[in-house]
Design a protein around this ligand. Structure first.
Ligand SMILES: [Zn+2]
Length: 299
């Protein structure tokens, strides 16, 4: 008995050490690391490469843990690149204006067709052309915040007071000029992450709007190319489909020139144009694993 005891003890020790070493090995890969993958990552390198922890006064509440951009209840998500809808609804969006001559031209084109769109405006441009913003509002379009200086918010967030200037000052000017505070924001370059998007919603009361169709019109590929890319898609960007949010810019001549034919083609396919907030209001609950809904009213 006295001889077996040490053997048993030895076995116990060896087993203990083995278990310890095994659990140390398995634990290693799952050690907490800063999660930098963003489910919102677009092809934009700014988004993909930027881990962001807000550090300004506008930082999100500390209790907020690992915000996920999982589909929420209809109308309750923090960010959108498209919306699940049951009808042929799409939202055209125009960024970076207002522009002194091109935006009024675009407004004429939209007015002729009774189409309402969403303008994501820059604070510095609104300051320069407040009367154009007033016309956008008067003609039934929605105004969204696109920051003051068009800097990536994922960088701005680490600058003291940076978000306040880029976001709050722009919203304040829009309110002052139009009488209405914007409820949506598009981050320049689409540079955001779930935590930042949640902070923008919680601290500034705006949902973050990205896009599902990107014609790269800012590279001025020409009107017919812009039109074709919006209608048919290109690269990883799909073309117009129900619930799509289409990105474009009203500060480029080629984009505005592309609009009459593009809008007419979309109208001919049966699409109905709504503002981004209207599109979000139309969001339907997404059934689990159901095939993508095809609207009964085509397109
Ligand atoms: Zn922009």
């Amino acid at each position: 008995m006295s001889r077996r005891l040490p053997a048993f003890t030895l076995t116990a020790i060896v087993t203990f050490l083995l278990v310890q070493s095994l659990s140390a090995q398995t634990a290693a890969p799952t050690n907490p690391v800063i999660q930098t993958n963003s489910p919102l990552a677009t092809s934009n390198p700014v988004t993909a490469a930027t881990p962001v922890i807000p550090t300004t006064n506008a930082a999100p509440p500390m209790g907020m843990q690992k915000p996920q951009d999982v589909p929420g209840k209809p109308g309750e998500r923090s960010s959108y690149s498209s919306v699940h809808v049951d009808g042929p609804y799409i939202a055209m969006t125009f960024d970076d204006g207002p522009h002194g001559t091109l935006t009024p031209k675009l407004l004429d084109i939209l007015k002729e067709r009774h189409i309402h769109v969403t303008f994501f405006v820059l604070g510095q441009c609104v300051k320069e052309h407040p009367e154009i913003l007033q016309r956008e509002i008067a003609e039934g379009h929605e105004i969204g915040n696109h920051t003051w200086d068009h800097l990536p918010l994922t960088k701005v967030v680490s600058k003291e007071g940076g978000l306040t200037h880029e976001i709050a000052d722009t919203s304040a000017l829009i309110k002052q000029v139009s009488g209405k505070s914007p409820v949506i924001l598009r981050p320049p370059y689409g540079a955001t992450n779930p935590r930042l998007s949640r902070a923008i919603e919680n601290e500034y009361g705006m949902k973050v709007i990205l896009w599902s169709v990107d014609p790269d019109d800012w590279k001025d590929p020409g009107a017919t190319v812009v039109e074709s890319r919006i209608l048919n898609g290109w690269k990883e960007s799909g073309g117009a489909k129900p619930g799509a949010i289409i990105l474009s810019h009203d500060i480029h001549k080629g984009t505005v020139e592309a609009m009459p034919a593009t809008l007419d083609a979309l109208l001919a396919k049966g699409y109905k144009f709504v503002t981004v907030s209207e599109l979000i209001a139309l969001e339907k609950a997404q059934p689990d694993k159901a095939p993508t809904a095809t609207p009964t009213a085509k397109p």
